[in-house]
Design a protein around this ligand. Structure first.
Ligand SMILES: [Fe+2]
Ligand SMILES: [Fe+2]
Length: 293
């Protein structure tokens, strides 16, 4: 096992079309100066999968001069063009086709994709939340099984796998429970996701053992409870350390959600809305916060 610390920048939900330019400029600088071993982007590159949004996203990703792997988010498949949504949903990724679910060459570390974004869901409408189909799960588990012994495994997906919201039992990710148990049974080191727009780092219990779930915040203006951020993940031997880096200097523990659902707020979370305004306690989060996901 290598002793070298590997650094991964986990970015998510950039939502070109409503991207936060200053946050992106900052991330670009961080990447250029710190040269992480890889960048993993867990989906929602765009707002509405428009051509101009994809063009901007592809240009931005292409100029990052480090290995990149990208997942597809629910905002990245066409909304308006139903023909394309159903028959050719990933066509707009053409310019970065080689980066979508790209296999990266990292020492004793594999980043393995799990598809959670689907073009339709017969079980419900709308289709913004995830569905891990049996086929998608089988592909991911087979890819994990194909890794040489001793390889550390991080799985990347857009949607957190939590199947139901605790508060009201709302269905979040279809087949999430089964997927979580499957990954825990394979002893993966963590699953990295986006979609929630606030970061988290939690251990979920499954029938097959514990599963570490790491979520990245957003780099868009669609902030929810925390300022724009990305996760720095440092992997040394058996340890994985996560820092939720942000421009407001909010400590990681204050950035992190206490659970994976739309209502699990961090304790001290609201980003400053005006220059100079402090991060506000959670009780001050307005009833109508910017829309999520
Ligand atoms: Fe999303
Ligand atoms: Fe999103």
């Amino acid at each position: 096992m290598t002793d070298r610390t590997l650094t991964l920048f986990h970015l998510s939900d950039i939502h070109f079309g409503l991207e936060d330019r200053s946050a992106l400029a900052w991330v670009e600088r961080c990447i250029a100066h710190e040269r992480p071993d890889a960048v993993a982007i867990t989906g929602d590159l765009t707002m509405r999968a428009r051509h101009r949004e994809f063009d901007a996203a592809c240009r931005w990703i292409r100029q990052l001069d480090v290995p990149v792997t990208v997942e597809v988010g629910n905002h990245d498949i066409p909304y308006a063009n139903l023909y394309q949504r159903f028959f050719d949903p990933y066509r707009r990724f053409n310019a970065i086709e080689d980066l979508v679910e790209a296999e990266l060459d990292l020492p004793r570390l594999a980043i393995i994709p799990l598809k959670t974004t689907t073009r339709a869901q017969w079980q419900r409408f709308p289709w913004s939340n995830g569905w891990v189909t049996d086929k998608a799960l089988a592909e991911t588990l087979a890819a994990i099984d194909a890794q040489p012994a001793g390889t550390r495994i991080l799985v990347t997906a857009h949607h957190p796998l939590t199947e139901r919201r605790e508060r009201d039992n709302k269905l979040l990710t279809i087949n999430g429970k089964k997927a979580m148990a499957g990954l825990a049974g394979r002893k993966v080191d963590a699953i990295l996701t986006g979609h929630i727009h606030d970061p988290f780092d939690l251990i979920a219990q499954t029938p097959e053992g514990p599963l570490r779930m790491i979520g990245a915040g957003t780099l868009s203006k669609r902030i929810r409870s925390t300022p724009p951020s990305f996760n720095e993940i440092r992997i040394t031997g058996a340890s994985i350390e996560v820092t939720a880096r942000n421009l407001e200097d909010v400590a990681t523990r204050d950035m992190m959600l206490c659970g994976v659902s739309e209502n699990a707020l961090p304790e001290n979370a609201l980003p400053p809305r005006q220059p100079g305004e402090p991060v506000a306690p959670v009780g001050n989060v307005p009833a109508v916060d910017p829309p999520v996901s």
